[in-house]
Design a protein around this ligand. Structure first.
Ligand code: B12
Ligand code: SF4
Ligand code: SF4
Length: 348
C-alpha cells in the first residue's frame, strides 16, 4: 500500500508542492458559492461551466468508483519585476511551458507511484479543464496548512502564496478521511485571516471585477484576453493597459505574495515568450508557432493574440500602432479586421 510519504515524495521529486489528500465521501461545501456565481451570470460566455454540475459538487462522480483526491501544485512565480506600470505584459502563467502539459506529465508519475503498490486501482489526472472546483478541492485537502482563499479569489499556500497552479489525481483507491472542512479555520471570516484588514486586490483591480465577494468574469481582463472568442467591447479595453494576455494585477499587489517573492522564484528556466506588444501585434504564423507552440498562448491562438496586442497598443497610445495596423491590413481574420475598425472608434 503506498504510504502518504511515498506519494508526497514522488510529488516533491517532480518539483511540485504536495497539498494533500482527501476522501470524496462528502460533497464540496463551496458548491453553493459556485451556484450563486453562475446565478449572477459572472461566468459570461464560459457556458461550459454550467455543465456536469454533479461532478463539481463531488468529483467522486467523475468516473465509477472514484474515491479519493490527491491535490498538488506547480509554483510558478518567476518575474521579480512586479511593476504593472509601463508597457502591457503577458501574465506569468502564460510565460512558461503550458502548465496543463507539465502537470499532466508529472501527475502521471504520481499515478505510476500509486500503481506500484496498488495496480488494481483506477487513477486519472486532471488539470483545469475537468468539471472540478479546483480551488475548493485544494482548500479541502489543506487541513493542516494555513491556506485560504484571498479576496482576489485565489488559493493561497503559506509558502508559495497564490502563484501556484493546481492539479489533482482522482483515484478509486480509498484513503482514510481525516479531513473535515467544517472544522477548519481558513475562511475569510476567520479573525486571523490576512485579508481581514486588507482590500488592496479589490481596490487595485483595473476593472472593479471583484464585486459582491466574487469575481465577475465579464469585467475581468483575464477573461477578455484569454477566453473571449470574438472582439472585445470597447468599454473593457482600458484594463489591457497592464496585461494583454491574462492578468496578474490582483496577485502582484498582494502583500502576502510580495513577502514571498523575496524568497521564492520558480520556473525561470522555462520562460519561452517574452515578447513586446508591438511584436505580438504583428506576429507571423510561423513565428507564432515557433515561439508559442508549447505555451497556453497557443490555445488562445494567433488571431486573439494580435487582437489583444492591438488593443493594448491603442490604449497606451503606442507610437508604432499605425505601423502595426498597416502590417495587419491584409489579414483575413474577421476578429482582427473588426478590432482595427473599433480602434478608429475608440476615444479612450
Ligand atoms: C473559469 C476560470 C477562470 C475565469 C474565472 C475566475 C474565477 N475567479 O472564477 C477567468 C478567465 C477570469 C480566470 C482567471 C484566472 N485564472 Co482561472 N480558472 C478558471 C477555472 C477553469 C474555473 C474556476 C471556477 O470554477 N470559478 C467559479 C468561482 C465561483 O470560483 P472561485 O472564485 O474560484 O471560488 C471557488 C473557491 O475559491 C471557493 N471560494 C470562493 N470564495 C470563497 C471564500 C471563502 C471564505 C471560502 C472558504 C471559499 C471560497 O468557492 C468557489 C467555488 O469552488 C479554474 C480551474 C478549475 N477547474 O477550477 C481556473 C483557475 C481558478 N484559474 C487559475 C489561474 C491561475 C487564473 C489566473 C491567475 C490567470 C491569469 N494570470 O490571468 C486568473 C486569476 C483571476 C482571479 N483573480 O481569480 C488557477 C488558480 C490557482 C490558484 N492558486 O488559485 C486555476 C485553479 C487553474 C489551475 N488549474 O491552476 N479563471
Ligand atoms: S491583497 Fe489583501 S485582501 Fe487581497 S488577497 Fe492579498 S491580503 Fe487578501
Ligand atoms: S485578474 Fe486582473 S482584471 Fe481580473 S480580477 Fe484580478 S486584477 Fe481584476
Amino acid at each position: 500500500m503506498p504510504s502518504f510519504q511515498n506519494i508526497k515524495k514522488t510529488v516533491e521529486k517532480e518539483g511540485l508542492i504536495y497539498i494533500g489528500v482527501t476522501s470524496l465521501l462528502k460533497p464540496i461545501e463551496d458548491f453553493n458559492l459556485f451556484k450563486e456565481w453562475l446565478a449572477l451570470e459572472f461566468h459570461g460566455e464560459m457556458k461550459y461551466l454550467e455543465n456536469n454540475l454533479f461532478c463539481r459538487e463531488n468529483p467522486a462522480h467523475l468516473f465509477p468508483n472514484a474515491k479519493s483526491a490527491i491535490v498538488f501544485g506547480l509554483p510558478y512565480f518567476h518575474d521579480n519585476n512586479t511593476s504593472t506600470g509601463g508597457e502591457s505584459k503577458i501574465a506569468q502563467f502564460a510565460q512558461m511551458r503550458d502548465y496543463h502539459q507539465v502537470l499532466k506529465e508529472k501527475g502521471k508519475k504520481v499515478i505510476r507511484c500509486l500503481k506500484l503498490d496498488s495496480p488494481e486501482f483506477e487513477s486519472r489526472v486532471y488539470v483545469d479543464s475537468a468539471p472540478i472546483l479546483e480551488r475548493s478541492l485544494a482548500l479541502l485537502v489543506s487541513n493542516n496548512f494555513d491556506c485560504f482563499i484571498g479576496k482576489n479569489k485565489c488559493y493561497y499556500h503559506p509558502e508559495y502564496g497564490s502563484f501556484l497552479l493546481l492539479a489533482e489525481v482522482i483515484t478509486s483507491k480509498e484513503f482514510l478521511n481525516n479531513m473535515d472542512i467544517n472544522s477548519k479555520n481558513n475562511s475569510l471570516s476567520n479573525p486571523s485571516s490576512p485579508c481581514n484588514s486588507c482590500d488592496l486586490c479589490v481596490k487595485s483591480c483595473p476593472m472593479n471585477a471583484l464585486e459582491h465577494g466574487y469575481l465577475n468574469s465579464k469585467k475581468c481582463v483575464s477573461y477578455w484576453t484569454c477566453e473571449a472568442k470574438n472582439t472585445v467591447p470597447i468599454e473593457y479595453w482600458k484594463g489591457f493597459s497592464n496585461f494583454f494576455v491574462g492578468c496578474d494585477v490582483c496577485q502582484l499587489v498582494c502583500p502576502i505574495n510580495k513577502k514571498l517573492f523575496i524568497q521564492n522564484r520558480h520556473q525561470s528556466a522555462n520562460i519561452t515568450n517574452k515578447i513586446s506588444i508591438c511584436d505580438a501585434a504583428t506576429i507571423s504564423k510561423d513565428s507564432f508557432r515557433n515561439i508559442f507552440s508549447n505555451t497556453v498562448i497557443f490555445r488562445i491562438g494567433r488571431e486573439r493574440l494580435i487582437r489583444n496586442a492591438l488593443i493594448a497598443m491603442k490604449v497606451a497610445n503606442h507610437e508604432k500602432l499605425n505601423e502595426a495596423i498597416e502590417k495587419n491590413k491584409n489579414e483575413e481574420s474577421s476578429i482582427i479586421k473588426e478590432t482595427i475598425c473599433q480602434i478608429y472608434d475608440y476615444s479612450g
